[in-house]
Write a protein that binds this ligand. Structure first.
Ligand code: FA5
Length: 344
């Protein structure tokens, strides 16, 4: 059997030496080293040898396989190199031409709007704050004046996390808990925006997702009132749409503000009604209000001394308006056909 193996090694090396193309080399590889190749066929007879001889013959077979594999690799490399040389020597090949452009990807539309708004608010003296996506019940609800039996909790369709040992945890349902975190951490006076992802157990449709983006705004100082809030909201809108939009305030209810409002803006796309404003010429843009004294108290701020306003912008919906995206489900789809439209 040793002799047969040595013979095969000789034959195999000769076959590799005379192979002229990569296909020929691959055929020799199959023929000698493949699962149904000649060396494997010899090894199948190993069981017929006396047990004492088997290890040495097995070792020899492996050595021969390695020898053939090394030769195969060397021959492949020679072929590759000569192909490259032929290409370089060929007519019309100009090695100084630039290669195909590398695709750099692009910023997601939500990311673009987020950055623009952050820049805008920074220019007005706001800092950018953040908080965790897995939030405690206390920050997400209790400190925001939404106790366990409060009906407002039902509106949030919360995704609860199992196994929080000390505190009940949930996926944050809004960016408002950052109000509490920022106030407890930095104290007053304070001026922050807090963009981030939020999560709700919601049925998806063209304007509702279970995972979407919001941006919270919070200002707390002495003597802050509704006119300050309106000014911040309007600056945000003109920054986004490049011109002043007519706005109106409607009463809105949120347990963490008092009074609470909904800000609507005149539809930036039409004068007499379109599909975006559903014929009404007004678009509901963001809720807000004056920070509830209970929230200030829970965050360590004396409501006799300080007041503030907060608003909660639906960043995903603003990005839809901004870029004319008709279905929110595109946002988190990861579909490159969608994302490539925003290439820089
Ligand atoms: C809130 O989440 C409040 N925390 C906002 C707030 C902050 C009020 C500060 C007062 C003061 P609401 O549930 O309405 O409120 O959501 C705010 C915005 O998020 C909505 O106006 C909307 O633009 C967006 N939004 C709400 N639900 C969804 C959803 N399922 N998909 C996409 N966007 C949504």
């Amino acid at each position: 059997m040793r002799d047969r193996l040595e013979e095969l090694a000789e034959e195999g090396l000769a076959a590799l030496g005379s192979a002229a193309t990569e296909e020929d080399l691959r055929r020799v590889e199959q023929d000698y080293l493949g699962r149904h190749g000649r060396i494997t066929a010899v090894l199948r007879q190993l069981g017929g040898l006396p047990p004492a001889e088997r290890p040495a013959v097995g070792r020899l077979a492996n050595e021969i396989k390695e020898r053939l594999a090394r030769e195969l690799e060397a021959r492949l490399e020679i072929l590759r190199r000569s192909r490259l040389e032929a290409e370089l020597a060929g007519e019309g090949f100009d090695p100084t031409l630039p290669g195909p452009p590398a695709r750099a990807g692009s910023l997601h539309p939500i990311e673009r709007v987020r950055r623009e708004l952050e820049d805008l608010f920074r220019s007005m003296g706001y800092a950018v704050a953040g908080g965790p996506e897995v939030e405690t019940e206390e920050h997400n609800f209790d400190a925001l004046n939404i106790p366990p039996d409060h009906p407002a909790r039902e509106g949030h369709d919360t995704l609860w996390i199992e196994g929080g040992d000390r505190e009940r945890l949930c996926m944050r349902t809004h960016t408002s808990p950052v109000q509490v975190r920022a106030l407890r951490r930095h104290g007053v006076p304070l001026r922050v925006v807090a963009p981030g992802r939020v999560f709700r157990q919601e049925t998806q449709d063209a304007t509702h997702d279970h995972t979407f983006h919001q941006m919270e705004g919070l200002v707390v100082d002495r003597g802050v009132g509704v006119p300050h809030m309106l000014h911040a909201m309007r600056s945000l809108l003109s920054g986004l749409f490049g011109r002043e939009l007519q706005t109106r305030l409607r009463p809105g209810y949120f347990p963490f503000v008092e009074p609470g409002f909904e800000l609507d803006a005149r539809c930036p796309f039409c004068k007499s009604g379109c599909s975006v404003c559903k014929g009404s010429t007004w678009i509901e843009l963001m809720p807000g209000g004056l920070v509830h004294p209970e929230v200030l108290r829970a965050s360590g701020v004396d409501p006799e001394d300080y007041s503030g306003f907060a608003f909660g912008l639906g960043l995903s919906r603003i990005a839809m308006l901004r870029y004319g995206i008709d279905d929110i489900r595109w946002m988190m789809s990861g579909d490159l056909r969608f994302l490539e439209q925003f290439d820089a």
